[in-house]
Design a protein around this ligand. Structure first.
Ligand code: ATR
Length: 282
């Protein structure tokens, strides 16, 4: 089998996805390509998508700003993608485009892989900082994974409230301002930073101070440029346990690749290798 894969988004810049998927192909001894398609948002979007369809890809990833706008062009949606209202993975099956979302599930797998005690202890108190697309996917996937307490804090409280409407009734969710989150951060076992605050070039920014952090708290930041964000650096000074941003990238890609190839990929060593790759290209 030769896999013909791709990525659409704008701007694509230096994406790590081609490197990740080319490595996955090697691991299962398949050949193939993973090509970047820079597609600008705007009136030509439909035309560009029609051209993409004629490229006859087996599958492609969708990144910013098209995760929602791609939906009308798809033939089917997975339950996760429907609930999240966003697609990051499209698979072509007999000419039909099927949309999936592996961002949230990829994130949760990366977290549980790094901290296996989480797989059996769902009583851990979690707070998500931010309420954009990434936060929505992570909230939904944590809920599906069975966590009982998932709070949300955001600068704009109304968007956090909107995410909480995904609650199936089994999760306890409080909505907080960022100031309230900062003051009560010592209550949590897992803190997940999902905003772009701290990303290059604004590396001196941090969403909240962690001065009230409890020791051994798992502190996660989905930003991976740089890997050592100011947020994580501060967490280390208070003896937090760190979860780096590149891990979500790896596992959302793994789930996407497994959908396209129909095979399980052994990814031992890839975590460290991707970390090094991301650091080299930082
Ligand atoms: P994504 O889809 O990648 O998650 P997004 O939808 O643009 O990105 O969401 C960005 C998140 O970062 C939001 O929670 C946003 O807060 P608002 O909802 O109040 O806009 C948050 N964010 C971005 N810049 C911020 C800043 N300077 N301070 C606080 N929050 C910020």
């Amino acid at each position: 089998m030769t896999l013909k894969l791709g990525l659409i988004g704008y701007p694509l810049g230096h994406s790590a996805s081609p490197w990740i998927h080319e490595n996955f192909m090697k691991k299962i001894a398949e050949t193939g390509t993973y090509e970047k398609f820079t597609i600008e948002p705007g009136p030509d979007f439909g035309e560009r998508i029609a051209t993409l369809k004629s490229a006859n890809l087996d599958g492609f990833n969708v990144t910013v700003p098209h995760k929602e706008t791609i939906i009308p062009y798809l033939d089917e949606l997975s339950e996760d993608a429907k609930n999240m209202g966003a697609v990051n993975t499209v698979a072509q099956v007999n000419g039909k485009w099927i949309g999936y979302n592996t961002d949230g599930s990829g994130y949760v797998r990366s977290l549980e892989n790094a901290y296996p005690e989480l797989t059996t202890d769902k009583e851990q108190k979690i707070i998500i900082l931010g309420a954009g697309g990434a936060a929505r996917g992570i909230y939904y996937a944590l809920m599906k994974a069975g966590y009982h307490t998932i709070d949300l804090a955001n600068r704009t409280v109304s968007t956090a409230k909107e995410i909480a409407t995904l609650n199936d009734g089994k999760v306890h969710t409080r909505i907080k301002t960022l100031e309230e989150a900062e003051a009560t951060i010592g209550e949590y076992d897992v803190i997940i930073q999902t905003t772009s605050v701290g990303m290059e070039p604004n590396v001196q920014a941090s969403i909240i101070s962690l001065k009230h952090l409890k020791e051994k708290t798992i502190v996660s930041d989905i930003v991976y440029k740089p890997l050592d964000t100011k947020f994580l650096t501060e967490a280390k000074t208070y003896n937090g346990r760190i979860h780096y941003g590149h891990a979500m990238l790896l596992y959302q890609a793994l789930y996407a690749f497994e959908i396209w190839s129909g095979k399980e990929v052994p990814i031992e060593n890839m975590d460290e290798a991707l970390k090094a790759y991301v650091q080299r290209s930082n």
